[in-house]
Each structure stands twice: as C-alpha cells, then as structure tokens.
Design a protein around this ligand. Structure first.
Ligand SMILES: Cc1cc2nc3c(=O)[nH]c(=O)nc-3n(C[C@H](O)[C@H](O)[C@H](O)COP(=O)(O)OP(=O)(O)OC[C@H]3O[C@@H](n4cnc5c(N)ncnc54)[C@H](O)[C@@H]3O)c2cc1C
Length: 596
C-alpha cells in the first residue's frame, strides 16, 4: 500500500514567492486567481488527489482495462465515477476559455494540479490530459462550428479526446502514414486505416470520444507534407446536438502492457468513418503539434509525478525500516537497529531524487508561466520570448525529465531493498508506470534530435541566447549576496560548459550536422542540468528571503540544504557532458552495422 501527500506547500511557494505570479495580474485569468483563490483551488485538488484518485491507482493496475466482444472497453473499478467528478468539478477545463465552458484560470495553476492528479493516478489523469490537449488543438486550429460543437462537452468531461498518429509500420516516421481520407460531396471526409497504441481510444468513462486523426487526403503529396488533421467523433452528433449513430471507428484490440494499465491503449480501425478537416489541407502536423507540445510537457510532468510519489514512499520507509547502526554512533539505542535513513548511501539516494523533484517542479511551472505569456500577453515581444522558451525547453522537459524521473522511481524502489521488488509495496508499479514516459510522445532520442537539429539553431540561436542572458543576469544581480554564492558560482561554471557546448554545436550544425546530432542526448542533459541549477538558485533566493522575514517552516529551511546537494553532487555532471559532446560522431558511426 502506497501513500501520497500532494506537495501543496511547495507548489504555493513556487507560484507565490519564486515566480511571484501575481505580477501578471494584467493577463487574462490571472486577476481571477489571486493567492487566496489559488490556495483554495489547490487545496481542493490535493484532497481529490489524495482521497479519490490515489486509492484507485493500485486497483487500476491490478484490474487493468478489459475489451469485450462487442469492441467496448471497461476501465478499472471506480474510474468512471472519479472521472465524472473531475468533469463535474470543472477540473478538465480549469484553464480553458470561459466562452467554451472553461474557467479561464492560468495554465500555470492547472499544470500544478496536473502533477498532483498524475502522482495520485497517472492512468486516470491521462484521459483528462489528452482531452485538454485535443481541446487546445481545436481551439487553435478548429473552425468556429467545431469549437462550439466539441469543446464544451469535452471540458465538462462528458466526452474525451484522443490523438491518433501511430500506425503499425509508422511510429517516429510519420511521413510513412497510410490512413487515408476521401473527400465527400458534403465537405466531410471518409477516413480509413488502422491506428495503434491510441491512449483512451475506447473506454466506458464517457458517452462519446472525439478522435483527432492524422490521415492523408487522396492525391496529397508524399511524406509528412501530405498529412492532414481530422476530427472524428466515435458517435456522430445530430444537428440538435444529441448523439447520433455510431461512426465507422471501432476498437480492434487493447494492449497488455508493462504499466499504466488503467489507461486503455487501443488499436482503432477506421472503416469509412466520417471526419472533418481541422485547419488546412496538408497542414495536419501544424495543428497536431499543438496537442503534441502540450502532451510533451505533460509527459515530463508525468515523470516528475511518479518520481515525487515514489520519493515520498521511499522517504517514509527509510525513517521506519531498522537495519544496521549509524557509522558515527548509534542513533536509536532503544531499538534493535537504527532506521536506514542514518546511512549515507540511503541519504544520497533520497537527496538525489528530491533535489531533482523540487527543481523539476519549478522548471515545469516556470515553463507553464511562459505558456500563459505566449498565449495571453498583450506584448508581442513578451509573447515571442515566451514562445522561444517553450520551443527550446519542451524537448528538454520531455526527454531529460522523463529519463531522470524514471531513474528516480528505480532509486526509490532501491530504498525498499528486496521489498521494493514485491508487488504489495507498490513501488514496482511506479517504475512500470513511469517507464512509458521515455517512450511515447516521441521517444527520447527524438526529443534530443528536435532540440539540437531544430530548436537550437532556429532564429540563429535566439532562444538559447535569451536563456544565457537570463541566467547570467541572475548570477550578476546576485553576485554580492554571500548566501547565494554557493549556488551561483557552480551555476556560472555549468553555464560556461553549456555556452561552450552550444558554440561547438552551432559550428558543427553549419558544417557537419551529423557531428552535432550524434551528441544531442548529451546536450539535452547538459541544458536540462543548467536549467535545474538555475531553478535551484531562484528557489534558494526566495527561500532565504522568506526565512529572513521570519518564516522558519521546515519546508523553507530545508531548501538551501537540498539545493546545495544539487549543486555539489549533481550539477558538476555538466563538465562530463561537455567532454562527451566534444567527442563527436566518429566513435558511434565507424563500426559497420553488421558488426553489432
Ligand atoms: C502505452 C502507449 C501509449 C501510446 N499512446 C499513443 C497515442 O495516444 N497516440 C499515438 O498516436 N501514439 C501513441 N503511442 C505511440 C508512441 O508515441 C510511439 O510508440 C512512439 O512515438 C515511438 O514509435 P515506435 O514505437 O513506432 O518506435 P520507432 O519509431 O520504431 O522507434 C524505435 C526506436 O528508434 C529510435 N528512432 C527512430 N527513428 C529515429 C531517428 N530518426 N533518429 C534517432 N532515433 C530514432 C526511437 O527513438 C526509438 O528508440 C503510444 C505508445 C504506447 C506504448
């Protein structure tokens, strides 16, 4: 049996003190969410996470989803009622426009809540997360009619959304897509083909499912340039808005998989299903990327969420499990042994996870704030900066955070010794559930490729230059602050590693792109470490300010310690990444394929 306590204090500290989001009350929706409203909403979300969603997590894993002969899919016990509560409570549409039934509050706030829901029950949260992503794509690229027809029901949790890219022969390389779309006289399309691995493709949570499907219109150009996006409801919708007949889409099977067993992963067969174009012909990737980018941030957050809940359980266990005596002298003489938290190696493991979690949470909320600025700011310059940030950091959050988050679930399992390998402790479920975060939404190698080949050189490196400027300005502004020196000095060294690596990759990209791409994963980690190091400097600065103002709560007084662990034991890895980046492609590419 696992436990979960939502990190309410940490989230509020980040929103209120580190990022001071009240500074943005001129943005739509921010004035409606002052600190007291945020506190009330977050507290309610924490309660839902702890009392409703978390107890269903193990049940979802044990029962999984079941497909019946009639193609219907049963989700685990309790999921339907819980999802209903998420819809009724307005949680799915928290940051969606009021015009379509959302609450219009900041995305920063809804993303903070997303972490809690996902820690509590990643499988169940996925149905809501994908629905939010599909809504975002429709908002940006759908017609007025599509928006009014689909979005309000999706935000209310009456219908869910899915994303349909993958086909049996076409995963990463979407240009090979075969699903086809044939235009009908009434302007709709008939969609035919097979999509695989579709999360939430069939389920019994809601009366309808709105599939966003990539397909190729007859006669479209070959490759990715000939792919269009369609909205294909599972059940057609009558003119009066009531549900009509079943559309030509059915669930052929569901996958039996390593983790997230409460999330139905479906093969969907489209047999002349009626669909409607979203956005422009052959511009499907442009529209789908809205959903994919949301999902990529969401996946990074899923990894954090599993790392967090795994940490909490490991830390509790380490304080209870009695084994051995502390090297420096017995700590609990009244007991037959000391709790394992006294051992340096156990502390190393726990601190490694925690130092990542707290900075990763900050990085996600900082990026969420940029997402709000990109969409809501009135200042075009600010919007551009925010877009740049999102473009650069999205693959890092997806790729680096999922790799570390997964490793952390294994570390947390380690704290349980052999008991972590036993199903009943629940620790192995976190490992299994988190593993997918490195794979879906573009496997991590693809995130690194996207970062180095596309995002880094875009606009002559404008986005990374802005990041350099921001981090170095912070370091300069705080140069005379002795309490921050232990954080900003190592950060400066790591920033130099990143600047050197960036200059090298920019040169290589211009002349020998393969040399740059061969080290893209290392670069993704280097950039991620600097971003997390910067987060720690900001966290510690805000914590010291609150402590100096008289707040001695342990949540704040531990920040400088955990931050110091990060800069002393984790951040120095940037120099190893720089060395690897300097090595180039030859060592990878020389051996002939048949020799592997
Ligand atoms: C549980 C689950 C849920 C999913 N949900 C959805 C969903 O809702 N909708 C949806 O459309 N899809 C979904 N997927 C599919 C998922 O996004 C794909 O599995 C993923 O994109 C990778 O595609 P692939 O499995 O075909 O791997 P492949 O494309 O075959 O790749 C295999 C390996 O080769 C590497 N590789 C491939 N090409 C390159 C390259 N050019 N450069 C470097 N490395 C490369 C990849 O990184 C990967 O490690 C889901 C998958 C799973 C398992």
């Amino acid at each position: 049996m696992t436990t979960y306590q939502a990190p309410l204090k940490d989230i509020q500290f980040l929103l209120n003190d580190v990022f001071q989001i009240d500074r943005f009350s001129n943005l739509a929706g921010f004035a409606e969410a002052p600190a007291d409203v945020r506190a009330a909403v977050l507290t309610e979300a924490a309660k839902l996470s702890e009392e409703l969603l978390h107890p269903l997590n193990a049940i979802g894993d044990i029962e999984g989803c079941v497909r019946h002969e009639d193609d219907s899919v049963r989700t685990p016990r309790g999921f339907r009622e819980a999802f209903r509560q998420l819809g009724d409570g307005g949680w799915i549409g928290l940051s969606a426009p009021v015009e379509y039934g959302g609450q219009g509050l900041p995305t920063t706030l809804s993303n903070a809540i997303g972490e809690m829901f996902s820690s509590a029950n990643m499988s169940l949260e996925m149905y809501a997360g994908l629905t939010r992503g599909a809504v975002a794509a429709l908002l940006m690229h759908g017609s007025e009619q599509q928006k009014h027809q689909f979005i309000p029901k999706m935000l209310a949790g009456e219908w869910t959304g899915t994303m349909n890219l993958t086909e049996p022969h076409c995963g990463t390389d979407l240009g090979m897509m075969r699903t086809k779309a044939v235009k009908q006289p009434d302007g709709s399309y008939k969609i035919s083909g097979t999509k695989i691995f579709i999360s939430g493709g069939e389920q019994d949570l809601t009366e309808n499912i709105i599939h966003l499907v990539l397909a190729r219109i007859e006669g479209a150009p070959a490759g990715i340039k000939g792919v269009s996006l369609f909205v294909v409801p599972k059940r057609l919708i009558n003119e009066d808005g009531t549900l009509g007949e079943q559309n030509g889409v059915s669930c052929g099977s569901i996958e039996h998989k390593m983790g997230i067993r409460g999330s139905a992963t479906c093969v969907l067969n489209y047999e002349g299903a009626r669909g409607w174009l979203v956005g422009r012909e052959n511009k499907g990737m442009e529209a789908m990327f809205v959903m994919m980018n949301e999902a990529r941030l969401g996946v990074g957050q899923q990894a954090l969420s599993q790392s967090e809940v795994a940490y909490q359980n490991a830390a509790n266990y380490a304080k209870e499990r009695l084994q051995g005596r502390a090297l420096g002298g017995t700590q609990s003489p009244e007991k037959p042994a000391d709790p394992i938290i006294v051992h340096p190696d156990v502390r190393l493991t726990l601190l490694s996870i925690r130092a990542f979690n707290e900075a990763a949470r900050a990085l996600i909320l900082w990026t969420s704030l940029k997402q709000d600025l990109a969409r809501r700011s009135y200042d075009p310059g600010e919007r551009e900066l925010a877009e740049d940030h999102m473009g650069l950091l999205t693959p890092v959050i997806k790729g680096m955070l999922s790799e570390k988050g997964f490793a952390n679930t294994v570390f947390a399992q380690q704290i349980f010794g052999g008991h972590g390998y036993i199903v009943e402790t629940g620790m192995e479920q976190f490992v299994r559930d988190c593993r997918i975060t490195m794979l879906y939404e573009g496997a991590n190698g693809i995130q690194a490729l996207d970062l180095v080949a596309r995002k880094l050189p875009r606009d002559s490196g404008r986005a990374i230059q802005a990041l350099f400027n921001e981090v170095s300005s912070f370091i300069e502004e705080n140069a005379s602050e002795p309490k921050l020196a232990p954080y900003t000095k190592p950060l400066r060294r790591s920033l130099l590693d990143l600047e050197q690596a960036t200059a090298l990759l920019m040169r290589r990209l211009a002349k020998h792109p393969n040399e740059a791409i061969a080290v893209s994963t290392d670069f993704m980690h280097l950039l991620g470490l600097v971003a997390l190091g910067y987060m720690w400097s900001r966290i510690v600065k805000a914590a010291h300010e609150k402590i100096a103002a008289g707040d001695q709560s342990p949540h704040l007084t531990t920040k400088p310690l955990v931050g110091l662990f990060f800069v002393e034991r984790i951040l120095p890895e940037t120099s190893a990444y720089l060395a690897k980046i300097q090595s180039g492609a030859a060592v990878l590419m020389t051996m002939p394929a048949e020799a592997f």
